[in-house]
Design a protein around this ligand. Structure first.
Ligand code: SR1
Ligand code: MG
Length: 394
C-alpha cells in the first residue's frame, strides 16, 4: 500500500522518495530504481534516485520543519520549499544555463524534483581539493548580471516588480540571515561558534564601535532595500561546477533585497580561497575580478537595451547604481567573512585546515579582511585595487 500521501506533510525516506518518483511517472515502468539520501547541507533532505536500467536520474529535495544543522529545537517554515522552487523556476527563465531544471514541486510535501547534477561537484569541495574551475567566475558574473537586472524595477517595471516582491516575502529565512550575519557575530550571542585561540580577535570585534556602526548600516540595507530578487545564500556550497559548467542551487533564502548582497557572498567565498590556497591565490583573485567585470558587462548591456524606466536609461545613473552595488558588495562580503569564521555555520575552507596554527592564522586573516571590507568599502571604486589591498593584509 502507498505510504506517500500527497495531502499530508511527512519527511520522506529512501523508500517513500522512490514511491513518489514512481507516482509522478518520472521514470519508465520497468525502471530499476535505487535511492540514497545525500543531503549534506544545513537544512534539508536530498534524495538521489537513479534508474540503473535507463541511465536516468533525478534529485528530490525536501524541506524539514526544523534546521538540520541545529536540530528539532530550531523550527523552520516549510514554505521555504515553495520559495526555492519558485526562485529556481524564475532564474531558469532568466538564466537557463545556470540553474537545474525543475520537474515537479509540491507545497504540502515541501518537495522539489529537479535535474540531477551529480556529474558536477559542489564548488567549495572542488576548490578545497585543488580545482579552480576556470569558467566559474564568468558564469556567476553572467548569472548575477541577468538575475539582478531582470528582477529589478528596471527589468520588470514597477508593477511586475511589486508582484514579484509579494511572491518572495520570506520573513523566517531573512531572520536567520539578519541574526547570523548581521547581529550575532558582533556580541556574545549563544549561536556563535569559535575556537578559544580566537577569543582576543573576537573580543576586539565586539568592542569595535566603528565596525558595529557599519554593520548596522549594512543590516539596514538588507532589511529595507528591495532592489532585486536575491538568491540570498550564494556561497560556494550553493554552486555546482566542473571545468565547463556552473549551476546555482538552493535559493531557499530568496527575497527582495540589496543587489550587492549576492555579489558580496560570491566575493567572500572566493576570498576564503585567496586566504587559504596560497599556491593558487592568483586564480581566485582573478575569479573575483572576473565576477565583478562580467556582472558589470551583462548588467550594463541589459540596462541599455531592456530598461523599462525611460528616464533612468543614462550612463551616469547606471554608473551611480554600479558604484552603490560595488560598495554594498564589499561590505556584505566582509560580513560573510566574519560570520563564517566566528558565527553559526562555518566553511570547510577554514575549518578543515588540520594544522592548528595555520587554521587559527587563516581565521584571524578572514576576520581582519572582513573587518577591513566592512569599514573601508566606500574607499574603493575598482575591484583590482580592493584585491591588491586585501592581499597586502594577508
Ligand atoms: C540555520 S541555517 C545556517 C546557514 O545555512 C544556510 O546555508 C545559510 O547560510 C544559513 O545562514
Ligand atoms: Mg543552502
Amino acid at each position: 500500500m502507498s505510504q506517500v500521501k500527497l495531502e499530508e506533510y511527512k519527511p520522506l525516506t529512501e523508500e517513500t522518495a522512490v514511491e513518489l518518483a514512481l507516482r509522478l511517472n518520472i521514470f519508465h515502468e520497468e525502471a530499476e530504481l535505487s535511492c540514497r539520501e545525500i543531503g549534506d547541507g544545513n537544512l534539508n533532505l536530498v534524495f538521489h534516485i537513479v534508474d540503473q536500467k535507463n541511465e536516468k536520474s533525478i534529485i528530490i529535495k525536501q524541506a524539514l520543519p526544523y534546521a538540520k544543522v541545529v536540530g528539532e529545537s530550531w523550527p523552520l517554515t516549510l514554505k521555504r520549499a515553495k520559495i526555492e522552487a519558485d526562485a529556481l523556476m524564475l532564474f531558469g527563465k532568466i538564466a537557463p544555463n545556470y540553474v537545474p531544471k525543475v520537474y515537479f514541486t509540491d507545497e504540502i510535501l515541501a518537495v522539489t524534483v529537479m535535474e540531477d547534477l551529480s556529474h558536477l561537484t559542489i564548488a567549495r569541495a572542488g576548490f578545497i581539493n585543488g580545482e579552480t574551475y576556470p569558467q566559474i567566475s564568468q558564469h556567476l558574473g553572467e548569472f548575477l548580471g541577468r538575475t539582478l537586472f531582470y528582477t529589478s524595477d528596471y527589468g520588470l517595471g514597477p508593477s511586475g516588480k511589486k508582484e514579484s516582491v509579494q511572491q518572495f516575502i520570506n520573513p523566517e529565512l531573512c531572520k536567520i540571515t539578519e541574526d547570523l550575519i548581521f547581529t550575532d557575530p558582533y556580541f556574545n550571542a549563544e549561536t556563535n561558534d569559535f575556537e578559544k585561540r580566537l577569543i582576543p580577535a573576537v573580543e576586539a570585534i565586539w568592542k569595535d564601535e566603528e565596525l558595529i556602526f557599519h554593520v548596522n548600516i549594512l543590516k539596514r540595507s538588507f532589511l529595507t532595500e528591495a532592489e532585486v530578487l536575491l538568491h540570498g545564500d550564494l556561497h560556494t556550497g550553493s554552486v555546482f561546477a566542473n571545468n565547463a559548467e556552473t549551476k546555482v542551487i538552493d535559493p531557499e533564502f530568496a527575497f527582495y533585497g540589496p543587489a550587492g548582497f549576492d555579489i558580496g557572498q560570491v566575493f567572500a567565498n572566493l576570498f576564503f580561497q585567496v586566504i587559504v590556497n596560497i599556491d593558487k591565490r592568483e586564480f581566485f583573485t582573478r575569479h573575483i575580478e572576473s565576477v565583478w567585470h562580467t556582472f558589470k558587462e551583462h548588467y550594463s548591456q541589459l540596462w541599455t537595451t531592456e530598461n523599462k524606466e525611460v528616464l533612468a536609461n543614462t550612463t551616469e545613473f547606471l554608473q551611480f547604481n554600479l558604484t552603490k552595488y560595488f560598495e554594498d558588495a564589499l561590505g556584505f562580503a566582509g560580513c560573510e567573512l566574519v560570520r563564517r569564521t566566528i558565527g553559526l555555520a562555518h566553511v570547510a575552507d577554514l575549518d578543515r585546515i588540520e594544522d592548528n596554527d595555520a587554521r587559527i592564522s587563516a581565521k584571524q586573516k578572514a576576520l581582519e579582511l572582513g573587518t577591513f571590507l566592512i569599514k573601508k568599502r566606500k574607499e574603493f571604486t575598482d575591484v583590482t585595487t580592493v584585491i591588491q589591498k586585501a592581499v597586502q593584509l594577508l
